[in-house]
Design a protein around this ligand. Structure first.
Ligand code: UT7
Length: 345
């Protein structure tokens, strides 16, 4: 069978030594916790309004994990759903990558906890941290294991319990974030191009724009660090916004150029769900039509590494993505980091 897009796209991976071994997403799944926190709820917690949050961000509500529900729990549920969707037993998984900035513990890796919970006895497991770009970084790392024939089946999971690092007294940040998880199964699928290209980047000189100062080797937890509220996420919103628009646009355009594609060739664009105004600005710069862009941040807010993969799962379930479609994934986050990928579904 000839791939549906044969002859239309330039496959950047064809230049690699791995020619012939492509990597496809063969299953996707997601999980969001049941508890809903609305803008009206937040109005009672900090000096804010539904109107401010809606017009400045597009967010109406977000999900919060229960007190006894952790990143590994959400990652496990998303992984089970992705494996079921792919029709793959957990015993077949060779590698688990959990992309997160809110692991259950600094170590061991949350991926190891997921490995035990789903019963993926054969799988190696590690965490990857690239903040909101984490899932796309993980996708690229995972596909390298498949195309190099090191692994046959890789689980890439984006999972976050951001509510555990949010300062619920800081209106600048507490209205923006939510909890959740998404997962994909990566495998070689004959007669499919799969993941065509990934463009990744970082700018560590702007690390201070979005960070959690405490809890690492620079500032271990002490009574003073807790009192100074250093174990919460901090963000320079305007600086982050500006960089997000520029970096996401550039990465997306570079990915299109590498594949010899135009934006009209994309059936669906799935951007990181941080702010509706960022998404609209990136879409406008790319020349994308509004109906090409998938948005669900009104219901979940920013779930960092989980955001793109939760949206991908919902877009597939809603019938917005069909076999042979070309899909763009694009993200930006702390680091600063950014990434864009194009996938033939
Ligand atoms: O996932 C990683 C990437 N993260 C992002 O991409 C987030 C990027 N940044 C943003 O989305 C936006 O910058 C925010 C939504 C965080 C803020 O929107 P903004 O339009 O950049 O607002 P601002 O920071 O310039 O603040 C405008 C005003 C300020 O008041 P003053 O100083 O002008 O009097 C803020 O104090 O809005 C005030 N403000 C609020 N007012 C009501 C900030 N947060 C709130 C709030 N409710 N929750």
């Amino acid at each position: 069978m000839t791939p549906p897009t044969a002859g239309r796209i330039r496959h950047p991976r064809a230049q690699h030594q791995f020619l012939g071994r492509t990597c496809s997403i063969t299953g996707v799944g997601s999980y969001v916790p049941a508890r809903v926190l609305t803008n009206a709820d937040l109005e009672k917690m900090v000096e804010t309004t539904d109107q401010w949050i809606t017009t400045r961000t597009g967010i109406k509500e977000r999900r919060l994990a229960a007190d006894n529900e952790f990143t590994s729990d959400m990652a496990t549920e998303a992984a089970r759903r992705a494996l079921q969707n792919a029709g793959v037993p957990a015993e077949a998984v060779d590698l688990i990558i959990v992309c997160t900035i809110t692991p259950d513990m600094p170590f061991p890796a949350t991926a190891c906890l997921v490995q035990a919970r789903i019963g993926a006895r054969r799988a190696a497991a590690f965490d990857l941290e690239a903040a909101c770009s984490g899932f796309l970084y993980g996708l690229e790392v995972g596909q390298q294991f498949v195309t190099s024939r090191t692994c046959d089946t890789v689980l890439v999971i984006g999972a976050e319990k951001l509510s555990s690092i949010i300062d619920w007294t800081d209106r600048n940040t507490c209205v923006l974030f939510g909890d959740g998880a998404g997962a994909v199964v990566l495998q070689h699928r004959p007669h499919s191009h799969g993941l065509l290209t990934t463009v990744m980047g970082a700018d560590g000189s702007r690390a201070d724009a979005l960070c959690m100062p405490g809890g690492g080797s620079r500032c271990p937890a002490t009574a003073q660090s807790v009192a100074a509220r250093l174990h919460y996420l901090r963000m320079d919103g305007r600086e982050t916004f500006k960089n997000a628009v520029t970096a996401m646009h550039k990465a997306a355009q570079a990915a299109l150029d590498r594949c010899g594609l135009r934006v009209e060739d994309l059936s669906c664009i799935i951007p990181h769900q941080a702010n509706r105004r960022i998404i609209d600005a990136v879409a406008e710069r790319l020349g994308a039509r509004p109906d090409q862009v998938f948005v669900n941040l009104d219901r979940y807010g920013n779930t960092s590494a989980a955001s793109v993969v939760i949206a991908l799962d919902e877009a597939v379930q809603a019938g917005r993505i069909r076999k042979g479609d070309l899909v763009m994934l694009v993200a930006f986050g702390a680091g600063l980091t950014w990434a864009a990928a194009i996938v033939e579904w």
